[in-house]
Structures are given as C-alpha cells and as structure tokens.
Design a protein around this ligand. Structure first.
Ligand code: PMP
Length: 445
C-alpha cells in the first residue's frame, strides 16, 4: 500500500485498531478483512449520498463498490428512504403474520421480471439460494446439484464449494473435483454435487446424458460476476434450459448480482432465457437487507401447499417490503436502464482505452452497469484462466492509485465495478481523468 494512502487514513486506522477488540478481525464480514484485498485495513465510512461516499478522514470517493452490489439506486435514495421510514412509523416492523404491503411488493416484483409467477421474501442471498436448492431436491426427489467452478452462491454448506479453488486441488478442468471453500463444511456433501467448467457445452451435455436422471437442479449465475465478469457464450443458457427440461431437473438462476442490475427483468430479460427458480438479493431492495426466491407456479408448488417449509421470523418484514415496493417504483422510470447502461459502457470502454493506450494488456467484460477491467493478455473464459492469467499485481496497483484519487471499487480483480442508476456524466468524466493519471503511474513501473 502507498504512503499517500496511509497519510489520508489516520482516523480509519485508529477505528480499525479499536474495532479489532470487540469485532473479530475488525469488520463485520470476512470479505472486508485485509486478507481479502482491503490492505492494509478496510476504509471506515462516515456516510454515503447518491454516487458518493465519505470516509471518517473526510476523503470523498466516487463509489463503484456500491456496498458490494445492493446500492443500485446510490446511497440514501430519497424515495426509498422515505417509503421505509414512513412504513416503519405507520405500520411497525414485524408481525409474524402477513399484511397488505407484502402483497404489493410481491406483485411489483412479479410484474417486473419475466418467467416468475410467485415470490417469497427473505433476508440474504445465501438464504434464498439455500432455499432454492432444498426446494429443488424436495420437488424432484433427487439429490444431485450441478454447479460451476468460479461461481459463488453464498455461504451455506450445500453450495459453499468451488468458487476460487486451487487448481491443484480441483484437478483437470474437464473433470473438476468439488472443493469446499473453507473449514467446517462436511466432506460428505461432495457426493451431492457435480462441479463443471462453465461455458463448456460438451462437458454439460456429457454429464446430463449419463447422470441427468439424478439431477435435482442445475444452479448457475446466468452471467458470472464472482470471477470478475464472464458472460455466457451465445446459446449456452439456452442449452442449460433445454437439457434441464429434457431430464426433469430444475434450472436455478442465481440472480443475486444480475437481478435488477442492467435490466429491470435481470438476466432472464436480458438473455431471453427463463429459469424455474430465481434468487434475488442485491438490488431488489435498493440497499435495504432483503432477498427473494421467485419461481413459476409449478416450481413454487410445495411452498404454496405448505409441504415444503420455507420459514424465517424476519421474512417479508415491513422494512423489506417497503424497500422492495419503493425500489420497484423507481426502477420503472422509462429509459432509466438504457441511460445508465450507456453511461456504464462509456466508463468501461474509456478505462479499456486508457489502459491499452498506455501499453497495458487489458480488456473490459460486462453489461453496462456492472463490468470488470481484466488485466490479461488473453480472454478470460473460466476460473482457471483467471487464476493463471489475470494480472492481480497490476490490478492492485491500479486500485491503489485510484483510491488515493477519490475513486473506490473492490481491490480484487475477481470482483466488479458497479455503476448505480444515479451515477452521472460528471462522475464518469472524473473517474476517467483519475484513471488517466493512475494508469500512467502503473504503466511506468
Ligand atoms: N449468490 C451470488 C451470485 C452472490 O454474488 C452472492 C453474494 N456475493 C450470494 C449469492 C450471497 O448473497 P448474500 O451475501 O446476500 O448472502
């Protein structure tokens, strides 16, 4: 880390030392610790407003971290903040029973998104995915989940596997072994999973032909945003759809990142392929803590008749439903997504142009409001490519030079840059100016 960073973050450093006494590691999620990129310590924030953040030392940032994704409307969006404040003041927070605002929120989500008839609200993406996986098993009476190396689906035991694995442990890419992402995950669960190389039609067809009758669900990020960004090859999502149908398995799209991100109807709308079950979290509540599992009437049948228990004390509480309802209203503004995708593309192409003009091997992959600048001399098509060829050292230097110029994004290349629906042309201009300087420094090294 740079001296400039240390000089600018004296108050942050003091808070980090204080936090470590009563908060393990000094932060509320392991993803915020120094070992996960936030070196030498995570920035402590004072407040956010729109596309901007201010830290406790008074430094301002144009924010492309967006809370790791949920702040699609920027910080403190007036309409959503007001709706939540009003609902809590007028209704309360939690009944343990249904209420009308919950129906409103569900109706708006179902209307916004193609392919789903019903929705249940819950608290986090991990909960939503855990529910979808268990529901698929209950519905089909089968055990096997097919998933893909490099994807992330939350921290539950059933899916906490094979995100950023050591290739040595996982074995050959045409036949990878499931690898748990941390201690405490029962090894026996390995037999309930098949991990495949994504964007690889042959390995998927071969698996379905031999074991399709055992498969409860195929679980995928419809576009991968947990290994930087890797988009699906044309026809690949269609293949997943066709094969799951053919073999009586469910298709689960984990839209925790893609939902409401670059199109109101998420990846199902953007790619024109619909799944049986879909999970949402980041984005659906405009930054409030809420997630959802949606599905066709058929896929939600066992939840509807009460024989599958999807429970949770805080499911569909007032804060969640007020946030979802107001967020859906804001997202319905005509032209909103077109405008912000164009803005995001200008940033993405601009960054790519600056890097390549300075002789740095780099390219951008993404969809308007979410993308990654890959520092690599060849296309990254899967996790193994990323592990072998993505230049984390260059990315880190770029991050270090940008953060001291007032631009914040995740320090790791395996994450993304998020552009909110309230970022402006001025934000993009300022960011490109900062990148011009920052990448000049990096290119000289
Ligand atoms: N699925 C995907 C695709 C995600 O990106 C994440 C979070 N990064 C999750 C699930 C888990 O969501 P949460 O952190 O809300 O539990």
């Amino acid at each position: 880390f740079t001296t400039a960073f240390a000089e600018r973050t004296v108050a942050t450093k003091a808070l980090f030392e204080r936090a470590k006494v009563t908060i393990p590691g000094g932060a509320g999620s392991t993803a915020r610790l120094p070992r996960n990129g936030w070196k030498p310590y995570p920035l402590f924030m004072a407040e956010g407003q729109g596309s901007r953040l201010r830290d406790v030392d008074g430094n301002e940032y144009i924010d492309y971290l967006l809370g790791l994704g949920p702040m699609i409307l920027g910080h403190r969006h007036p309409q959503v903040t007001q709706a939540v404040t009003d609902a809590v003041a007028e209704l309360g927070t939690c009944f343990g029973l249904p209420y009308e605002l919950e129906i409103e929120a569900a109706e708006k989500v179902v209307a916004a998104v193609p392919g789903i008839d019903q929705v249940r609200f819950t608290n986090s993406g991990s909960e939503a995915v855990g529910t979808a996986v268990r529901l698929a098993r209950a519905t089909t009476g089968r055990r096997l989940i097919v998933r893909f190396e490099g994807h992330y689906h939350g921290w539950q035991d059933t899916v906490y596997w094979s995100n950023h694995v050591d290739p040595e442990l996982a074995g050959p890419i045409d036949h990878p072994r499931p690898v748990a992402m941390g201690g405490g995950v029962p090894a026996e669960l390995q037999d309930t999973l098949v991990v495949l190389n994504w964007n690889d039609p042959e390995s998927f067809i071969a698996l379905m032909e031999t074991r399709g009758h055992e498969v409860a669900a195929v679980l995928t990020e419809p576009a991968v945003f947990n290994t930087g960004c890797i988009l699906p090859e044309p026809g690949y999502l269609e293949l997943l759809r066709e094969q799951t149908r053919k073999h009586g398995a469910l298709l689960i799209f984990d839209e925790v990142i893609t939902g409401f991100r670059f199109a109101r109807g998420g990846a199902q709308e953007w790619f024109g392929v619909t799944a049986d079950l879909v999970t949402y979290a980041k984005g659906i509540g405009g930054g409030f803590p809420v997630a959802a599992i949606g599905g066709t009437n058929e896929a939600m049948r066992l939840i509807a008749d009460g024989t599958y228990s999807h429970s949770g004390t805080y499911n569909a509480n007032v804060v969640q439903c007020a946030a979802v309802s107001a967020t859906m209203d804001v997202l319905a503004e005509p032209g909103l997504y077109e405008r912000q995708r164009a803005l995001g593309n200008r940033l993405a192409r601009g960054l790519e142009g600056i890097a390549t003009a300075k002789g740095i091997d780099a390219y951008v992959e993404g969809i308007g409001t979410v993308f990654q600048l890959w520092f690599a001399d060849r296309p990254i098509r899967n996790w193994r490519d990323a592990a072998a060829h993505a230049r984390e050292d260059i990315f880190t230097r770029w991050y270090e030079e940008m953060i001291v110029r007032g631009v914040l994004f995740h320090p790791l290349q395996f994450e993304n840059l998020f552009v909110s629906l309230v970022h402006t042309d001025e934000d993009i201009d300022a960011t490109l100016n900062a990148a011009e300087d920052a990448l000049s420094v990096v290119a000289r090294e």
